[in-house]
Design a protein around this ligand. Structure first.
Ligand SMILES: Cc1cc2nc3c(=O)[nH]c(=O)nc-3n(C[C@H](O)[C@H](O)[C@H](O)COP(=O)(O)OP(=O)(O)OC[C@H]3O[C@@H](n4cnc5c(N)ncnc54)[C@H](O)[C@@H]3O)c2cc1C
Length: 450
């Protein structure tokens, strides 16, 4: 806990910093202390009452440096916030202090027409960046399903993958993040440039080891993605069809599976529910005929819904990844979820768990590439029956060979593979030696202090 009298001094010193907005209303302090953690009843209980003492919004890198210097001087916790769409309370200030909104830093600084590499400020929205890139014949490789509202730095610091993961894997795979501009929390904060290798320690570290002010990212050539839905009667053949689509010589940007009970609860943007399981795909135009042939082979109904550009806002993207969970929760907030990578053959785990958990467990799958290999990730919907039952289900998944990414915990490590990444901790020792940034979220750091 920080010293309250130092907060008073801090508040008087931030007045008059050029390019800094101070949001003083209690309603703003409440609003900017939350994200989408209420997907988890466990996190909701844990995080609901956390509040910032002060919310600031810098519109220049210099103003960011001034806040870093004053937070360091008065040893006041500093938590960074992009658009606040995280699901694990990543930007919730556990210990109060200052929340810094990064969304006014949003310029696109540089675009290389030959390589497609782009340098952009932290708070630029992914949707705005993608729109800019499309005009240049490029697009982002990876996007969360919140791609219209989430910020670039928030995605890199708090997200993992999403639309595009079927082709491009995950954000931490080498080749996506090529460099960072970072403000440190040293006694005299510095602005430093990190190349790809040293940027990795700040990738998915919840803003605990440096303030990102700009990012350099790879992009890929733009494609006129075609929306496809495939309806299948049998669960097993739907999963085999999904796998066949990812193995075919077809350029895919999305390949998702929704169990028929989920399809019934989705908005009808992929067509009316027809009592069947559904695959949702984004396909390069030259792959349409191949997907149609595969659908016929598996006895599935093939629907070409048209070019994605015509449906922006109500597209298939917004029915997948964590938007599937969002739509289910809009109908019944007792739904929560899990995240895991399935062992092969996936159907064994699914059928075994279905026998025990019945309709309290509904399957939502996403085809992904992991270390260059096609795999299936699952974000199943789980009916909340209390913490004990959730632990029992996670245990069943573990025993069946799934690799779990627990979405009901607040630390970087516990939401990942459970292991401490020493590079992340070393970067924190170097760039934030007093532990000012987002305290309580990096277990590898907290454990060295207790
Ligand atoms: C409906 C829904 C769907 C989603 N789908 C996906 C998905 O497909 N894939 C996925 O990975 N996630 C998904 N998410 C989670 C979330 O949208 C993503 O992680 C998103 O990219 C977060 O961006 P943001 O700007 O909202 O970040 P925030 O939530 O504001 O912040 C995320 C983390 O980044 C840190 N941070 C923010 N700015 C900076 C900065 N400048 N420097 C350092 N650290 C910073 C914050 O402190 C926090 O720890 C989804 C969430 C919802 C609610």
């Amino acid at each position: 806990m920080f010293n309250r009298s130092s907060l008073t001094e801090f508040l008087s010193e931030i007045n008059g910093i050029p390019g800094l907005e101070i949001l003083k209303r209690a309603s703003e302090q409440k609003r900017y202390s939350r994200d989408f953690f209420d997907y988890s009843p466990i996190l909701k209980e844990q995080l609901d009452s956390c509040r910032a003492d002060c919310v600031v919004k810098p519109s220049s890198v210099e103003a960011v440096i001034s806040i870093a210097r004053l937070c360091r001087k008065h040893e006041i916790p500093l938590t960074l916030r992009g658009s606040g769409t995280g699901n694990y309370g990543q930007c919730v200030p556990l210990c109060g202090g200052v929340v810094m909104l990064m969304t006014a830093l949003k310029s696109i600084r540089n675009f290389n027409i030959t390589t497609g590499v782009v340098t952009v400020e932290a708070g630029c929205l992914l949707g705005d960046l993608n729109k800019y890139l499309l005009k240049k014949g490029r697009q982002l490789r990876l996007l969360p399903s919140t791609w219209q509202t989430a910020s670039v730095a928030g995605f890199v610091a708090g997200g993992s993958g999403g639309i595009g993961s079927v082709r491009w894997g995950f954000l931490r795979d080498p080749g996506h993040l090529l460099g960072l501009e970072v403000i440190t929390l040293e006694e005299s904060p510095q602005k430093i440039q990190l190349e790809a290798k040293s940027s990795e320690a700040l990738n998915h570290s919840y803003g605990t080891n440096g303030i990102i002010t700009a990012l350099t990212l790879s992009t890929c050539p733009a494609v006129d993605w075609q929306e496809i839905s495939l309806d299948c009667k049998e669960l097993g053949s739907a999963i085999e069809l999904l796998k066949s689509c990812t193995k075919a010589a077809v350029n895919l940007f999305l390949c998702s599976f929704l169990e028929k009970k989920i399809v019934e609860s989705m908005p009808n943007w992929s067509g009316e529910a027809k009592g069947k399981h559904r695959l949702l795909l984004l396909v390069d135009p030259d792959g349409l005929s191949t997907i149609e042939k595969l659908a016929i082979e598996f006895g599935a109904d093939f629907f070409h819904l048209g070019s994605e550009h015509e449906n922006i806002g109500n597209g298939l993207r917004e029915l997948t990844w964590n938007h599937t969970t969002l739509h289910m929760r809009a109908i019944d907030s007792e739904w929560t979820y899990l995240q895991m990578l399935l062992p092969q053959p996936e159907i064994n785990l699914i059928e075994n768990l279905n026998r025990k958990w019945g309709e309290n467990l509904l399957w939502h799958l996403e085809a992904v590439r992991q270390y260059g290999v096609q795999r299936i990730a699952a974000l199943p919907l789980v009916k909340w029956q209390g913490r004990h039952k959730l632990d029992e289900l996670m245990n069943d998944c573990n025993e069946a060979g799934a690799i779990m990414f627990n979405p009901h915990v607040i630390t970087v490590e516990d939401g990942g593979l459970g292991v401490i990444d020493s590079d992340q901790v070393e970067a924190k020792k170097k760039f934030d030696p007093k532990g000012i940034l987002n305290p309580g979220k990096l277990r590898g750091w907290t454990s060295t202090k207790s």
